[in-house]
Design a protein around this ligand. Sequence first.
Ligand code: B4P
Length: 190
Amino acid sequence: MLNLVLFGPPGAGKGTQSQKLIDKYGLIHLSTGDLLRGEISQGTELGLEAKKLMDEGLLVPDAVVIGMISNKLDANKDAKGFIFDGFPRTVAQAEALDTLLESKSSAISGMVALEVDDDELERRLLLRGKDSGRPDDADPAIIRKRIKEYNDKTKPVAGYYKNQNKFTSINGIGSIEEIFSAIVAVIEKY
Ligand code: B4P
């Protein structure tokens, strides 16, 4: 089973590369951002709570996203593997993911981190914000807050996978195809 964590700051290209990896490897895509936006568009209670935090550029509580991932793993028991996009975003989420996979006799194959500098992240997200209608992509101050949340709470997750010898970092600046080839080269070594 191939279970890949695609890691990186907001705007690093995780969602973009996930789509290409799904086409190539037939994996199930688990994006907590997409799942949360789905809850928001359906107007659920969970979505209403999450929206307030997301619009401000803050992370939603661990228990919420862990619960969503657990449901999705249960609903896809026969999957060839999963691509975790935007999850785990805290060390507590990473620990919970290991426990969930262990209970299914599975494990994370590896984490691939996309490295992109802050100026480029801001440029990409503001550009996406012109079409996406996402409130968190529209305002440079919110984008900077998302990058700060990443630096404070999410970056330590890399160390968690480094300790397990499952971490690889690649350059996230370049063409989408170049970056995709670099990710595939890492996966082929698993
Ligand atoms: P996400 O939906 O995960 O948002 P994201 O990080 O902005 O998306 P992504 O990083 O996938 O976008 P991509 O680079 O592909 O999270 C949104 C919010 O949800 C969070 O702020 C948080 O509030 C909440 N949340 C989600 N998961 C959570 C969790 N686990 N715990 C707690 N809270 C959680 O794309 C960016 C842009 O760059 C695109 O326009 C793309 O076209 C462009 N791009 C991609 N590759 C490029 C390249 N090589 N060159 C130029 N542009 C490129």
